[in-house]
Structures are given as C-alpha cells and as structure tokens.
Ligand binder design. Structure first.
Ligand SMILES: Nc1ncnc2c1ncn2[C@@H]1O[C@H](COP(=O)(O)OP(=O)(O)OP(=O)(O)O)[C@@H](O)[C@H]1O
Length: 400
C-alpha cells in the first residue's frame, strides 16, 4: 500500500491507542521510515487533534534521543505521520523480554532519556506521557523518546488536550502534582522518568495499587520503597539520586539536564556524600537540614545528592535527642574550714561579705586564735608591747 503516493507500507510494527505503526519506504528519498496511521477517519476527533499535535511538537525537536518526525498529512481521509524508524524495541518490550535490567543499562537509559527530555524542555515542550512503551532502544542501544501525542507547550494552555477534570497520562508514572490536578511541568516528566527507571531496575513501578485512584493517592502520599529493598542491585549513589527524582515536591527534583550530566559522568557508580556529622557535645543536636539534593540539583555540576527520602540513603548517625546538656552555674569552692571551728562559708553572707572590714569581736577572736596557735610569737609580741609601753611611761615620768 502506498500512502500519499510516496510511503510504501511494508510490515506492521505495532498498534497503540491512536494508531498503527508500519515499517515503510520513502520512495522519494529512498530510505526506510516508520509511518503511523491514525485509527478512524474523523478529522474533528480528539484523536486527530492529538495526532496533529504530536506531529507539530515532535517536528520542533531535533535530538539524537528523540524520534525524528519527517512528515505529516492526510490522504484518502486518513492522517499519517512519518517518523524516523527505530530498529529495535520499546523499553516495555525490553523489560518483558529480560525482566529487571542491570544498573549499567538503566544508567545509560537514564542519561539518554534525560538528554532527550532536556532538549524538549529547552524548547518549552513537556512530554507528559513518559513510560516504558514510549521510549525505544535501537540496535546499538541508543534510547529515543517517541509519542509526543499528549505533549504540550508549557506556556500555552490552548494545547492542553484535556477535558475538564480529566488527567491525561498513565497513572503508574504520574507526578504527584498532576495527580492533584495541577499542570504538568518539566519536573513532572522527571518524576515519570524516575518511575520508569525504578521499574526497569526492580521490574515494577514504585506505586501500583488495585485502582488508578489508589495509585494516584500513593504518588501523592507514600514514600517509595528504595529499589535495593526490592532486590535491585545498584550503587547507593544511584539509589539516592533516583529517589531524588521521585521527590514529592517538583522543585526538589533534579532537572532533566542535570540527570543527563550526572548519569553521563558516571557519578551513579559512586557512594553518596557523607551525611553531616553531629556536632560534639554539649553543642545542640544537629537539625535535619533541607533535602540536600534540592541544593545540589540546582547546579550544573554533576554531583551525588545525599538521601532524598526518609526511607533511603546511607546509614545516618543515630538520632540524637534534641535536648542539649547545660552546665549549671556552680557555687564558688568553699574554703576549708579551720579545725574545731564552724565553717561560715555556707552562710548567705560568707562570700559576698568577705571583703568588708572585720568587726571588733572578730579582731578579738583573731588575737585569741593567735595566742592559741602561735604562743611563742604571741609572747614575743606581748613582750615587745610591754617594753615599748614601759619606755614611754619612763620618758613621760622623767620629763614631768
Ligand atoms: N518510530 C518508530 N520506530 C519504530 N517503532 C515504533 C515507532 N513508533 C512507534 N513504534 C512502535 O509501534 C508500536 C505502537 O506505537 P504507538 O506509539 O502507536 O502506540 P503505543 O505508544 O504503544 O501506545 P499509546 O499510543 O496508546 O500510548 C509500539 O510498539 C512502538 O514501539
């Protein structure tokens, strides 16, 4: 079958919600392409509008990690979209065929998928439907993002093809803010990519309940179980970073460009940065700071974010009670009381009054003490005093 007098359909590749995809040959340019044909023939349908949007958004993008779009049109009442042919399989198919993937492979997918997303985000496009079926891997392992069918331009609400109250996207990968009905942002794509990577590592997405509503509630409220606790073998740095991508607050997630740089640099193989050490006593116990990855992700330099979720991360120092130990003011050390005498140091006036002049009774007590403790000295003093007194009396008597 020849579409638009140019694209010869050869073999069907697969069928999705909107259309069927064929391997085809562009007979004008003599190259192999993929042609997607829209199911149904109503040009006013929402599917047709999405199909057109997919063509328009994807055509604005040119990146090795995004499926290229070559042509779009309608012929004989059917819309068609001509794309770069990805000779490989989707990540959903890879997961089905192999089960959970190795950390090295998932890191490569993360780097490439994020690079494609970063390019879209720079153009002002949010994909809004990142999931394993929409990322394809070609024969040499290159990952390409496809299916921009529900993408939207960030600043153009007119392109939001949602009906009132309807959330478009797959609940398994939907960011918390979108589950709450808020608009998608680049950070929402990052969250979805985090869910996808988690699934590739463990075999199951982080949140999966019996109903879509229950799954959405988990996205909003539940902390993800660290992949290592679900049997995934991955370095701690990788795990922490991934949990950072799944942060509930959009602004705490890394940007797509940061993810691409971080995984591309090989930082995922490392260890997480050490947590701050508690200050030595008696300093107050360390307070848990803001999530460190929120700061780290704002920079362009790839680095390892520390723990992102309460259940994840390196072993923390045991919780120190937040009660600081204070040393109470001590009373001045008491002077050793004299033997045989009652100490006066404990009396309220002992210390403050120590520098006041001694009273007469106190002086008499001092003289008696001297006689008792130093009798020879006392007798010498008494003798000297008596001698001086006799001399003075003699002088006075002879001079009268
Ligand atoms: N450019 C392409 N090259 C090779 N295979 C492709 C290409 N685009 C899509 N496919 C494959 O064609 C099949 C159908 O893709 P399609 O995008 O129509 O639907 P889907 O993404 O599987 O589902 P839905 O559109 O409902 O999300 C998938 O297996 C997909 O991997």
């Amino acid at each position: 079958m020849l579409v638009a007098d140019r694209y010869r359909l050869e073999t069907p590749i697969g069928r999705g919600g909107m259309g069927e995809v064929w391997r085809a040959t562009d007979e004008v340019l003599r190259r192999t392409v993929a042609v997607k044909l829209l199911l149904g023939d109503d040009p006013a349908s929402q599917a047709a509008a999405r199909f057109r949007l997919e063509a328009q958004t994807a055509a604005r993008l040119s990146h090795p990690n995004i499926v290229g779009v070559f042509d779009f049109g309608a012929r004989d009442g059917r819309f068609y979209l001509v794309m770069e042919l990805v000779e490989g399989q989707s990540l959903a198919q890879e997961l089905t065929a192999q089960g959970a993937l190795r950390a090295e492979r998932v890191a490569a997918i993360a780097a490439q998928g994020a690079a494609g997303l970063a390019s879209a985000h720079r153009t002002g496009i949010v994909h809004r439907d990142i999931k394993p079926g929409n990322l394809m891997s070609d024969a040499d392992g290159t990952v390409k993002i496809g299916d921009f069918g529900i993408a939207r331009f960030v600043d153009d609400p007119a392109t939001a093809l949602t009906t009132a109250g309807q959330i478009i996207g797959t609940s398994l990968y939907l960011a918390p803010e979108r589950a709450l009905g808020r608009p998608a942002s680049p950070a929402s794509d990052v969250y979805s990519l985090g869910c996808l990577l988690y699934q590739l590592l463990t075999g199951t997405p982080p949140f999966q309940a019996d109903t879509s509503a229950a799954t959405l509630a988990q996205h909003i409220d539940a902390a993800p179980v660290p992949p290592s606790q679900r049997g995934a073998g991955l370095p701690p740095a990788f795990e922490n970073y991934l949990l950072g991508m799944l942060a509930k607050q959009p602004e705490e997630r890394p940007t797509a460009q940061h993810i691409a740089d971080w995984f591309g640099s090989g930082a995922w193989q490392g260890h997480p940065e050490p947590m701050p050490q508690p200050a030595p006593a008696p300093a107050p116990a360390p307070m848990p700071g803001p999530l460190p990855h929120a700061q780290a992700f704002g920079t362009a330099t790839p680095q390892t974010p520390p723990a992102a979720a309460p259940t994840a991360g390196p072993p923390r120092a045991p919780e120190t009670p937040s009660v600081a130990t204070y040393r109470l003011p001590q009373p001045a050390p008491a002077r050793r009381p004299a033997r045989g005498h009652r100490s006066t140091s404990a009396s309220p006036s002992a210390s403050p009054s120590a520098s006041t002049p001694a009273s007469a009774p106190a002086k008499r007590r001092g003289a008696r003490e001297l006689i008792r403790r130093r009798p020879r000295v006392a007798s010498l003093i008494a003798g000297a005093v008596a001698f001086i007194a006799a001399v003075l009396i003699g002088i006075a008597w002879f001079s009268s």
